[in-house]
Write a protein that binds this ligand. Structure first.
Ligand code: NDP
Length: 487
């Protein structure tokens, strides 16, 4: 018997392969060229650039490169719109936010397909995570818009004015929702710059804004590269909200020092996922896989350092490797895909460089056998064992599907090692003891600590970091605070 084996008397195939289940892209109508969305209108620019699909490098559309002058104009338009928007009763602002939430939910398939096409993430993640969460953020902050006086008791919250918002490419629409929803609910207008490689869902969002009949100038989208982001930082905004690399975050902080502009930074991470020997092992392995291979590891809070208690080190690594072999890497638009395309050539090169450094420094690499497509940007799920704390792969943010495994013996040692990083965004703890979870959570220097789960998000729950992971919180009531002046 070659391709079937006997199990309990019934023949079953020895190996399963999934038939392709591609999601159709027909629902997405792309324009050949996009301008800037300012004051409810599309404005032309002198320069454009091409945005591509990372799965095959095919061009998708031409996108405007906003100059400093274009950005200045967008901010002026947002400024003009801000007094009327701030003066609306909160219940009116809520009405618009609820509309946006509902339209996002109604058009979620269209957005999910476009997100996967432009960003490379698996459709099942765009469909089941990014889109529901983006809509949920608008629903959630719509609920606060008319309750600000209860949100900040005995204080008077006032909007700041114009918020400049700069977002990265790993969760393009979700980061837009994290930024725009609280800003609008608090009565601010916004100018948002999406990342150069993933502008398309932000541009499609302009159509949602139009459909929701939001007053012109309340939401403005300016596309472009880092120069556009830098111009937004320098423009006449009252606040900058930035998510991205620690390097750019630091540059922005230096730039804003002494200007009086408010700033929140959500930067990189190198999260510790800590597995104790009393945990539910199979559940933990699922959490480890989700922690690092979700969204190809392009996640600021990814569990990229796995700390395993020494007594279960071997079985955890064995189980992990077996589980990795079942991950399906490939077309982001296939509904069976677990690990999609790397977002850009630049990011792929960064991952390759750090993986090469890991091998050179002496770590042992494992990648499950998988056939990577010829065109596009791909990287196989990777795990490193025999890693020392000082190796670059254990210290630097790789932002790819690459995990480093390190052993520990005692809870104290786990805390010591987990905190030995310049970052402090998130952590995970796997144990059956509630008291140990609390003991660890008190000592881990991380903004979020997940217990017996990983990468769980909810609009009601604040998210943000310590140290080089930034400051300020997004989500929950805490996420509203950076958008108001309290007197
Ligand atoms: P960046 O920090 O460069 O990008 C984030 C956003 O900032 C983008 O919109 C970017 O524009 C913009 N930007 C770039 N330069 C400036 C500037 N001088 N002033 C203002 N805005 C600017 O991240 P990268 O995309 O270059 O990724 C590099 C690394 O950063 C990744 O490998 C990863 O380690 C980390 N990263 C962390 C993220 C997180 O969520 N914490 C998210 C993304 C990346 P543009 O896209 O046009 O360059």
């Amino acid at each position: 018997m070659t391709d079937v084996a006997k199990r309990g008397g019934a023949p079953v195939p020895a190996g399963w392969t999934y038939a392709p289940a591609p999601e159709s892209t027909d629902i997405v109508r792309l324009q050949e060229r996009y301008g800037l969305y300012v004051g409810g209108e599309w404005l032309e620019t002198k320069e454009h650039f091409t945005t591509v699909a990372p799965r095959d490098e095919s061009p998708l559309a031409e996108v405007a490169q906003a100059s400093a002058k274009d950005v200045k104009n967008a901010v002026a338009v947002a400024r003009d719109a801000s007094a009327a928007w701030a003066a609306l009763p909160g219940s009116e602002r809520a009405k618009y936010l609820f509309r946006i939430a509902r339209i996002l939910a109604e058009r979620s398939r269209e957005f999910a397909v476009l997100e996967s096409l432009n960003g490379g993430k698996p459709i099942k993640e765009s469909r089941d995570v990014d889109l529901p969460l983006a809509a949920a953020h608008f629903f959630y902050y719509a609920g606060w818009a008319d309750k600000l006086e209860y949100a900040f008791p005995n204080r008077t919250p006032r909007p700041l004015g114009v918020a400049g918002q700069i977002i990265p490419w790993n969760f393009p629409l979700l980061m837009l929702a994290w930024k725009i929803a609280p800003a609008l609910a608090a009565g601010n207008t916004v100018v948002l710059k999406p990342a150069e490689t993933t502008p398309l869902t932000a541009l499609l969002f302009c159509d949602v804004v139009r459909q929701a009949e939001l007053p012109p100038g309340v939401v403005n989208i300016v596309t472009g590269d880092g120069r556009t982001g830098a111009a937004l930082v320098d423009a006449d905004v009252d606040k900058i909200a930035f998510t991205g690399s620690t390097e750019v975050g630091k540059a922005i902080q230096r730039r804003l020092a002494g200007t009086g502009k408010k700033l929140t930074l959500e930067l990189g991470g190198k999260a510790a996922n800590i597995v104790f020997d009393d945990c539910a092992l199979d559940q933990a392995v699922e959490g480890i896989v989700n922690g690092i291979y979700f969204n190809q590891g392009h996640v600021c809070c990814a569990g990229s350092r796995l700390f395993v208690q020494e007594s279960i080190y071997e079985p955890v690594v064995d189980k992990l490797k077996k589980r990795m072999a079942t991950l399906r890497v490939g077309d982001p638009l296939d509904k069976n895909t677990d690990v999609g395309a790397i977002n850009s050539r630049m990011q792929l090169e960064k991952i390759e460089e750090l993986v090469a450094a890991g091998k050179d420094e002496g770590a042992e690499i494992y990648q499950p056998p998988c056939v990577l497509p010829e065109r596009g940007y791909w990287f196989a799920p990777t795990v490193f064992t025999n890693v020392a704390q000082s190796y670059r792969i254990a210290q630097e943010e790789i932002f790819g599907p690459v995990l480093s495994v390190l052993p520990f013996r005692t809870p104290e040692e786990a805390v010591e090692k987990a905190n030995n990083t310049p970052y402090g965004l998130s952590a995970g703890v796997w144990t059956e003891k509630g008291s140990r979870i609390l003991w660890m959570a008190e000592r881990l220097r991380a903004g979020v600590v997940w217990a017996n789960t990983f990468n769980r998000f909810d609009p009601t729950s604040p998210f943000g970091g310590y140290k080089e992971s930034g400051f300020g919180r997004e989500g929950g009531l805490h996420g509203m605070e950076p958008y108001v002046e309290l007197t």
